[in-house]
Design a binder for this molecule. Structure first.
Ligand code: BGC
Length: 440
């Protein structure tokens, strides 16, 4: 059973930590960045909000199946007005031609402005683009690779800001200036810092997963060009890709290989597929299949359970809720919906497997966060987290707190939810960009 539920040994966890640190250091050098699986990127954001941000901004948020356009009004660093519209990005747009995807985004911005701000006034815009980018400056981001459920053609290697600007031009009648592009983790860190000045790490535990943190500029050894005397900069780690070069193979199980094979972009984003919200349900299902094969769970599998994607991350949260409450009602609901017959013993084993999947997720995430806390060397550090996995899972936060405390002894930290980091954060970064521009 233990091999089936892939509990991590203390030794393995320490090895993950040391591999993560060396991959980070490699990723920050010019020579090493190709070998590191972490697509560590300088975000060119040297400052966090200072509480004086004032003005009206637009924000865009692209990363999942919903695209958001937002109007945000800030007064002294506080959001005093917010207005957002959500647009579904259908599969053919996510997987089709890149120009079509960006034309769609431009059409949404156009529609939003026509309906909500038809006076044609000018807006500065912050663009949250939650994919790995090579940033050349705060407003230039070359897509390194698509992840999650996107694979639009002709975009890899291209600047997402230029593609957006071109599409806005084609659309016409949109008076905006894209002043910053950022990852959702950067947005979360910035929004976190606006809520808590001790915040130095932003994490997304949603469909995908990633983190950004504040790094000393002298450690960003691959940074070419002018630093303009700045001492710190936000670095996007792109830890979803951790292990793509094989450094995490020592914890990879058959379950993980199966999850990868079923994913849209196989053999990439190893770490993310171990626990990201897009994959965690499938991790559980693969464990269920294995337990069944070994004769310890469910006498006959229903057609639904045999089908990829049957279990979702929401199901993981539901089963965990039963474990916490000592109940079985959520298990019954989940199995009922999957037309799966079961015995009382099956419910116990299913909850147990689900708990193991959850604990592994929390330990993997915490291993990396504990490394970041030690690297940051702050007396106290807050970690801003956003994303559906974190928000909906009934005890992931608690498990993470415990694991981080064990792995980074003596480090004072707080884990907190920075809601809508990818939206509000984009507004705040646009405001910081305005401040930076005004100095030049
Ligand atoms: C992307 C990251 C993003 C994360 C969370 C990953 O798949 O590569 O850029 O931050 O998902 O949205």
């Amino acid at each position: 059973m233990s091999s089936l539920i892939f509990a991590l040994t203390d030794e393995q966890v320490q090895r993950i930590r040391s591999v993560f640190l060396s991959e980070m250091e490699l990723g920050l050098t010019k020579e090493g960045q190709q070998q590191s699986s972490l697509l560590m990127e300088n975000t060119f954001l040297p400052e966090l909000p200072n509480g004086h941000e004032t003005g009206e901004f637009l924000a865009l948020d692209l990363g999942g199946t919903n695209f958001r356009v937002m109007y945000l009004r800030l007064e002294d660093g506080q959001f005093v007005e917010e207005d957002a519209q959500m647009f579904e990005v259908d599969e053919s747009t996510r997987l089709g031609e890149g120009t079509r995807l960006f034309d769609f985004l431009a059409a949404c911005v156009h529609q939003f402005l026509q309906e909500r701000h038809p006076d044609g006034r000018h807006f500065e815009l912050g663009f949250t683009f939650s994919f790995p980018m090579t940033q050349k400056s705060l407003d230039v981001g070359l897509l390194q690779t698509w992840t999650k459920s996107f694979n639009a053609s002709g975009c890899v290697g291209e600047d997402a800001v230029r593609m957006l600007n071109d599409a806005l031009q084609r659309r016409g009648n949109v008076n905006v200036d894209v002043v910053a592009i950022m990852n959702d983790t950067t947005g979360t860190l910035v929004q976190g810092a606006a809520l808590d000045a001790r915040c130095a790490i932003g994490v997304i535990l949603g469909t995908g997963s990633n983190a950004a943190y504040i790094e000393r500029v002298d450690r960003v050894r691959k940074w070419e060009g002018e630093h303009n005397g700045i001492k710190e900069v936000v670095v996007d780690i792109e830890w979803g890709a951790f292990g793509d070069n094989g450094v995490l193979d020592f914890v990879k199980t058959d379950v993980d290989k199966a999850v990868d094979e079923l994913s849209l972009l196989v053999h990439s984003f190893t770490f993310e597929k171990y626990f990201g919200g897009k994959y965690l349900g499938e991790v559980l299902r693969q464990c269920v299949l294995k337990a069944h094969e070994r004769g310890v769970l469910l006498e006959q599998l229903s057609e639904r359970v045999r089908t990829a994607g049957a279990f979702t991350t929401k199901h993981v949260s539901m089963l965990e809720k039963d474990t916490i409450d000592g109940t079985i009602s959520h298990c019954e609901t989940v199995l009922g919906a999957l037309e799966q017959s079961y015995s009382p013993a099956d419910l116990v084993i299913l909850r147990y497997i689900c708990a193991c999947v959850t604990v592994r997720a929390s330990v993997l995430i915490s291993a990396c966060l504990s490394v970041l806390l030690q690297r940051l060397e702050r007396e106290e550090c807050s970690i801003a987290v956003d994303g559906s996995l974190f928000k909906l899972h009934p005890r992931l936060a608690t498990l993470m707190e415990r694991a981080i405390a064990t792995l980074a002894p003596g480090r004072k930290f707080t884990l907190f939810l920075a809601e809508d980091g990818s939206g509000k954060g984009a507004g705040l970064v646009a405001a910081v960009a305005r401040r930076l521009r005004s100095r030049n």
